[in-house]
Write a protein that binds this ligand. Structure first.
Ligand code: C2E
Ligand code: CA
Ligand code: CA
Length: 533
């Protein structure tokens, strides 16, 4: 029964002393909930001498407020309980500020979706509640978003993201959790959803996003890639599930984007292999584990040896010889391709010189350049320096370029190619026929040679289309004054076909496999000599 309240009590609750004095605590709307909290629950006040805590109640005008209360028991002379004395404070402001901070911390302020921490909290809660029923986790990444942002400006890019978020939200059922993880990455949690159902939701999302968007008075087409993992099949804790969805997304991107990939164990193996390469490749360069093999290139008219293609190998102390397909992409990602590429240039120049000194004539040496190497501002100068230091005439060095490089060529790339050409180097287009493959396009660049891809040569004489393409490419290239190299010649029939169609240069297992440097002199002896210097 309330005996006394001070004026602050009235200020907080809007009830006057008269309105509360003499009333039982449980009857007082001013302290709604409190009585229950203190006496009905197994609270410390029943057990101990005091209680401290927060409670939510209403002022007289029904406005809700938060109170912070500490209450103690008061005993009389004979140790009998006579009173309770409570001190309390209106903490509504700080409580609301806290809630706002929480909301800010867990919301993406562009799209108003939950952010990564919010999503992870939901995922954690779900696993704590239920670890048996299936659930699907989708990571949705907008393809080439950086390009969209760069070309249309960040302002439009932001609006596009808001529209995308709305579209994603609308295409999900109400219990699907959607969050924005990073600039162009969204995450979806589908509770109680099997792998099959998750896949069909993912496909549906792709289709939804495929439809053009109208933003800032223009139609914008976007596509997305999705990585999917399903619990408990692909992981029974949030961390594993997230990691695996991430690997699946990475795979979807690497496979050409605009698709759904489901996690498989193979992706784990790939990821740990990649980690192995990352951790070991730097050492490979300094510990002399890298080696250059050389594959002969012959004049198809005369059968003379014209030159060699330098092909990189990694001789790992435990794993043995590793082919470049297994590590070049990691070298590109980590930037290690730049020092490695320079090393290959130097080795190859030395080898050409060494063979000449051994009386093998002037042999061209061709080097594969990764597009990534063109991001090195020092590329042209470093090649020039190496040629000078090794004393190799520039016309003996050939650079094999990928189509991707020309397709994505910036002004800068163009200039570098012109400069390389001006140094006197020969430029070749590698793997011709596998990509965009327009001869007229090639003419925009100072290219001298095209190499028809192995995949066309491979099926000669069984595949009529490949034969027609090959002979047409040779004829057209000759019209454009380009030389043609055929790679991957394995049979005498292939050789005969290529000679008949006047392909200039050939390379392949029929003549030789790539040869380790130290065996080269010996192995090359059986070829008719190249032209003397
Ligand atoms: P590429 O430039 O297309 O090289 C030709 C590949 O075909 C080489 O594989 C070669 O060993 C193989 N080959 C040659 N003749 C035949 C044949 O008759 N039949 C078959 N089946 N294959 C043949 P390799 O050495 O494994 O190299 C693979 C790729 O790695 C190369 O493809 C090239 O793109 C890249 N690469 C190699 N060395 C370097 C390098 O130093 N730097 C860079 N950036 N890339 C390199
Ligand atoms: Ca090549
Ligand atoms: Ca090739």
């Amino acid at each position: 029964v309330v005996e006394y309240v001070n004026p602050s009590f009235t200020a907080i609750t809007q009830y006057s002393t008269e309105e509360v004095q003499g009333h039982h605590l449980a009857e007082l709307p001013a302290l709604e909930n409190l009585s229950e909290l203190l006496f009905d629950s197994p609270s410390s006040l029943a057990m101990g001498n005091s209680w401290q805590g927060e409670f939510k109640s209403r002022r007289k005008n029904l406005e809700p407020y938060w109170g912070q209360l500490s209450i103690s028991k008061v005993y009389g002379d004979n140790r009998e309980l006579t009173h309770y004395i409570g001190i309390y404070e209106d903490v509504t402001q700080s409580k609301m500020a806290q809630q706002r901070i929480e909301r800010l911390a867990y919301t993406d302020n562009l799209t108003n979706l939950g952010n990564r921490p919010a999503f992870i909290r939901k995922l954690d809660e779900r696993f704590a509640r239920d670890s048996e029923n299936p659930l699907c986790l989708l990571l949705v990444d907008i393809d080439n978003f950086k390009r969209i942002n760069d070309s249309l400006g960040h302002h439009t890019g932001d609006k596009l993201l808001v529209s995308l978020a709305r579209r994603l939200r609308n295409s999900l059922s109400a219990n699907g959790v959607l969050a924005r993880f990073a600039s162009n990455e969204f995450a979806v949690l589908l509770d109680e959803t099997s792998l099959e159902d998750g896949q069909s939701v993912a496909q549906q999302l792709l289709r939804t996003l495929d439809k053009p968007m109208f933003v800032d008075n223009q139609l914008i087409n976007v596509t997305a890639s999705v990585g999917l993992s399903c619990a408990p099949l692909h992981g029974s804790d949030p961390t594993t599930l997230m990691k695996n969805a991430g690997l699946a997304l990475h795979k979807a991107k690497a496979n050409g984007k605009h698709q759904v990939q489901v996690f498989t164990e193979v992706l784990n193996a790939e990821a740990s292999y990649k980690l192995f390469v990352e951790n070991n490749l730097r050492r490979a360069l300094t510990q002399n584990e890298l080696e250059v093999f050389y594959q002969p290139k012959l004049c198809l008219r005369s059968g003379r040896l014209l030159g060699l293609e330098a092909l990189l190998r990694w001789n790992h102390p435990e794993r043995g010889m590793i082919r470049p397909d297994q590590f070049i992409s990691v070298a590109e990602e980590t930037g290690l391709i730049i020092p490695i590429g320079k090393w290959v240039v130097r080795q190859s120049c030395r080898m050409s010189q060494q063979l000449q000194q051994a009386g093998m004539g002037c042999l061209h040496v061709a080097i594969n350049l990764s597009p990534k190497q063109f991001s090195d501002p020092d590329l042209v100068a470093s090649i020039g320096t190496i040629l000078k230091e090794e004393g190799l005439p520039a016309h003996l060095l050939e650079l094999e370029l990928t189509e991707g490089l020309l397709l994505e060529a910036t002004e800068d790339t163009h200039r570098q190619l012109d400069e390389l050409k001006a140094l006197g180097l020969t430029l070749a287009m590698d793997d011709f026929g596998t990509g965009y493959s327009s001869l007229s396009y090639l003419k925009k660049f100072p290219i001298d040679i095209i190499k028809i891809d192995r995949s066309f040569i491979n099926e000669i004489p069984d595949n009529q289309d490949d034969m027609e393409i090959t002979s047409a490419v040779v004829a057209m290239a000759h019209n454009l004054k380009l030389k043609v190299v055929a790679e991957g010649i394995e049979t005498p029939e292939q050789l005969a076909f290529l000679r008949r169609h006047r392909c200039d240069v050939g390379q392949g297992y029929l003549f030789d496999r790539p040869i380790p440097g130290r065996e080269l002199e010996e192995k090359l002896k059986r070829y008719p000599r190249g032209p003397m210097a």
